[in-house]
Ligand binder design. Structure first.
Ligand SMILES: NC(=O)c1ccc[n+]([C@@H]2O[C@H](COP(=O)([O-])OP(=O)(O)OC[C@H]3O[C@@H](n4cnc5c(N)ncnc54)[C@H](O)[C@@H]3O)[C@@H](O)[C@H]2O)c1
Length: 398
């Protein structure tokens, strides 16, 4: 494992929530950034009559402003990673040292709307990753792929969750095997299938791969976002927003926070700043040639009830807004009380030091949503859940 400066990094999904602040961080560390995006998330979010609460500029405008403010440029290629011709052309032309693959359909509820959305999620996500595997094998076999998976791949087993692999003893024999996955939506299963395909590609062609099992990311700010005043997106609707983003928006609007089910579902979380730091570390400290490594990337875990209480308390303290917490029927099929103890030490062994926690960042999220309250108010009708994992009243969706 070695440290590299001035790398050429291709960010696939550069227009997204994580892609944009990652691009700003890599530029500020002296790396060259090239980006790909099909603008898929912008399109699909607008189709459910939603939008980012924070104002986000077009990719062209973002790049123009960054050039004016830093003198540095980002070469942007509009295209779909699920189109092999496009991806081969992009790789031939740019020849990056590292591919950061963020360009997937990333909403669990979207993937559960019906057959069309389930097929789109599985085919598009697995197709893009498979294209990338072949591009690396055929054109850039020494490049490094850092791929975003999710902690949701593991599900919520009643035992500790290791980082990718664990030792198994069965019928008197032992092995070191991939930990069994049990995901909770077609979206999360698409990530499990990606993981299997990446492990296989590594075994057959020795590709250098980092597979990041990332927890839920929260926050609106990184030092670069603040310095250049160029926001990343903030989604809060029932399809594209996280529970925390919904709660913060509901609090700002003075609406009850809607916790799904009993609210004891527990997940791993980390701040946007720490997510960007971890990814940067994973890029700069590459795996060895032929290595496949897995990181569980999260810092804290919270139950939905703990998130709701924290938002309620901080909204009262910071914005003087008093909100209540309602429990509504859970639209998802998931255990709402369970054991949860995933390991997460490998990134720290690589040099990662967590810098934030939710208590540090929640006030700034609430203030940012409050600053764009009019926009949030215009989106009030898309917060409550309409997408059901199991809808017995509906005819089979086709
Ligand atoms: N944000 C989180 O909390 C979180 C947690 C765990 C994992 N992840 C994963 O991290 C990645 C990035 O997440 P995000 O929150 O930034 O999502 P995002 O939707 O904001 O960003 C993804 C970007 O990729 C683009 N894209 C999607 N499919 C594409 C395709 N086929 N070709 C080209 N561009 C495409 C989208 O337009 C979007 O700009 C995703 O893979 C997501 O599953 C995110």
């Amino acid at each position: 494992m070695y440290y590299q400066n001035n790398m050429k990094v291709a960010i696939l999904g550069i227009d997204g929530y994580i892609g944009w602040p990652l691009a700003l961080r890599l530029l500020s560390r002296g790396h060259e950034v090239v980006g790909v995006d099909s603008l898929y998330t912008r399109k699909r979010v607008s189709e459910v009559h939603s939008d980012s609460v924070t104002p986000i500029l077009s990719m062209e405008e973002r790049i123009k402003q960054i050039e004016e403010k830093t003198g540095k440029t980002i070469k942007f290629h509009k295209g779909d990673v699920n189109d092999p011709d496009f991806l081969y052309r992009f790789a031939e032309e740019t020849r990056p040292d590292t591919f950061v693959h963020l360009a997937e359909q990333r909403s669990a509820p979207y993937s559960m709307i019906g057959l069309t959305q389930a097929r789109e999620t599985l085919m598009q996500n697995m197709g893009g990753t498979l294209n990338l595997i072949y591009v690396m094998k055929d054109i850039l076999p020494d490049s490094h792929l850092l791929k975003l998976g999710t902690m949701g791949e593991y599900g919520t087993p009643n035992i500790d969750i290791p980082e990718g692999f664990f030792e198994v003893k069965y019928n008197g024999r032992e092995d070191y095997l991939p930990f069994p996955k049990f995901a909770g939506s077609w979206y999360h299963w698409s990530k499990v299938h990606d993981t299997n395909n990446l492990m296989f590609a590594n075994k057959v062609w020795n590709l250098k791969i980092t597979d990041v099992m990332q927890g839920v990311v929260y926050g609106t700010r990184t030092p670069e976002i603040e310095k250049y005043e160029l926001y990343t997106r903030f989604d809060m609707d029932e399809v594209w927003g996280t529970a925390l983003n919904r709660f913060c928006t509901q609090a700002v609007l003075g609406y009850p926070l809607t916790a799904y089910g009993k609210g004891e579902q527990r997940r791993g979380f980390l701040s946007l700043e720490d997510s960007i730091s971890c990814l940067t570390l994973g890029i700069e400290k590459e795996p060895e040639s032929g290595q496949y490594r897995v990181y569980n990337q999260f810092d804290e875990h919270y139950s939905i009830n703990e998130l709701a209480s924290l938002v309620k308390e901080r909204a009262k303290s910071v914005l003087k807004i008093d909100v209540k917490v309602d429990h509504i029927p859970n639209p998802r099929v998931e255990k709402d009380e369970h054991y949860y103890n995933p390991e997460h030490s490998k990134l720290k062994e690589l040099g990662y030091k967590p810098s934030r926690n939710l208590k540090d960042d929640i006030d700034s999220i609430l203030k940012d949503v409050f600053n764009f309250k009019e926009k949030a108010m215009s989106l009030k009708d898309v917060i409550k859940p309409k997408t059901l994992w199991k809808d017995e009243s509906k005819e089979k969706a086709r």
